[in-house]
Design a protein around this ligand. Sequence first.
Ligand code: 6PG
Length: 255
Amino acid sequence: MSRQIKVALHDEDFYKEAALSIVESASKAVEKNGRFTLVLSGGSTPVKLFQLLSDTYFKSRVPWSKTFVFWVDERCVSPDHKDSNYKLAMDNLLSKVPIPTNNIFRMKGEMTPPSAGAKAYESEIKAFFKLTYSVPVFDFMLMGIGEDGHTASLFPGTAALNEKNKLVTSNFVERLNSHRITLTYPVINNAERIFFLVQGESKAPIIKEIFRTDFAQDRYPAQKIISIKGELIWLLNKGAASKLPNEIRDEVKNV
Ligand code: 6PG
């Protein structure tokens, strides 16, 4: 398990660094396996990354025909709903690049009950990777973090945190009074590259908590994201990094 903490001192470099990391992962994956499996998060942070990847420079550097897109989580809404993570990625990226429709694997949040959507997605993942029992290895897992330390739809105090067997599960989030579908720790932690993209002063307090060394590093869901066999990269912008504990400053690389 290797952990890297990168801080982009200038915001124009923040999203560029993330896009370059995706291009690098894609190149390695296609060379090794002939394909690139990219798992997207939702929320507001990735929007500018999606838009950058659809710009001429990066659009021409991702092997879209060999790229297969999945989601780390989804809200239990229809794919055209304003809160849909699928809609977010389609509107800002996937509708603007030459990725074959069949390469896009949408989490069907609209299925009822939500557990049926989770089960269906797990079956799709197992069929794609031609797996029965083992855990798939996705190439690039784009993650975000909430101010409460959640990541994907692994929220504090929710049942999904304890799911150690399923690859995908539904999860009722009391604070939001809503269900979500989410990948679980076993599959997220098995990825080649797990990439947290965190920006904004509002995330500085939780980032400080996540990297504190004076208590066990398992207090928040995002802290239980560890790379079992690949890389764990945290990319922070200056605002999100503004409260990083001094004791880990020598682990930080400015980009
Ligand atoms: C979601 C995301 C979620 C997100 C965090 C951060 O479905 O909302 O998958 O885990 O990454 O909530 O969201 P922001 O980028 O909007 O701060």
